[in-house]
Design a protein. Structure first.
Length: 261
């Protein structure tokens, strides 16, 4: 059974999907552990960012096909429960007030691709492969994959990925804006950690506000409503201690320390 390993690296929580024998296949137990770990991270002021990665040479091969075949022998409600537990992990990533970053080596396939897309930022090793091959086994994507592809990429590229189910390499996704940074193979975790540490040292409440504003913007709605949300968040943050520290540091030409105010 795939494990999810939690490790603190200073103010960064690293969550590692671990079952190298299956290239870190996903299932309900991992979804539940990830959801719970993110809930704890959200409530812990000592954690400022989260990095999600896979053990060994892969991020995740996605759902276990043997498990899916067994589900066909049971009731649809059981299959729906598994999808809802994946959705619980995705909602936890999106709803976490701390930035969540995916560090991708090797392959991110199926639900693994969906989970990476749910993250705020993606760092990928050159040559890493992203695959949404549900269609090749007669299935359609889950875990928010179509929503995130539609947000991140032109429709034609999103359609190619979902309808053809082929491999798209990290370099092409980076060019299209779906991957934030490329690194050399084997360096994805350390590269992601460096970026995550910078975020973790930032103003936590302002960062949470920005995540919420971006989610609201991508959800659509009238401009006036988004302007109101931005106004309210700006004013709330202006009167918080972090803004006082940030402004004083800028005026004093020094590095701000947001976590001792």
């Amino acid at each position: 059974m795939t494990d999810l390993i939690e490790e603190r690296r200073g103010r960064v929580l690293v969550l590692t999907i671990s079952d190298p024998a299956t290239r870190n296949a996903l299932g309900p137990a991992v979804y539940d552990r990830g959801r719970d770990a993110l809930a704890r991270a959200a409530a812990d002021p000592g954690i400022g960012a989260v990095v999600l990665t896979g053990a060994g040479a892969a991020f995740s091969s996605g759902g276990n096909l043997n498990r899916l075949a067994a589900l066909r022998e049971g009731e649809p409600a059981v299959a729906a429960d598994g999808v809802e537990r994946l959705q619980g992990l995705v909602r936890a990533i999106r709803g976490c007030p701390k930035p969540v970053m995916a560090a991708v080596e090797g392959v991110a396939a199926g639900a693994g691709f969906a989970v990476a897309l749910a993250c705020d930022l993606i760092v990928a090793a050159r040559g890493a492969r992203f695959v949404l091959a549900y269609v090749k086994v007669g299935l359609s994507p889950d875990g928010g994959a179509t929503a995130f592809l539609a947000q991140a990429l032109p429709r034609q590229l999103a359609a190619e990925i979902a309808l053809e189910g082929g491999v798209i390499e990290a370099e092409r996704l980076h060019q299209a804006g779906g991957v934030n940074a490329l690194c050399e193979p084997g360096a994805a975790l350390e590269t992601a950690l460096a970026r995550a540490r910078t975020l973790a040292d930032g103003p936590a409440e302002a960062i949470a506000s920005i995540k919420g504003l971006l989610d609201a913007a991508y959800a659509g709605g009238p401009l006036d409503a988004q302007l109101d949300r931005e106004r309210d968040a700006f004013v709330a943050n202006l009167f918080r201690p972090a803004a006082g520290e940030g402004i004083a540091a800028f005026r004093g030409k020094r590095r701000p320390n947001f976590h001792e105010v």
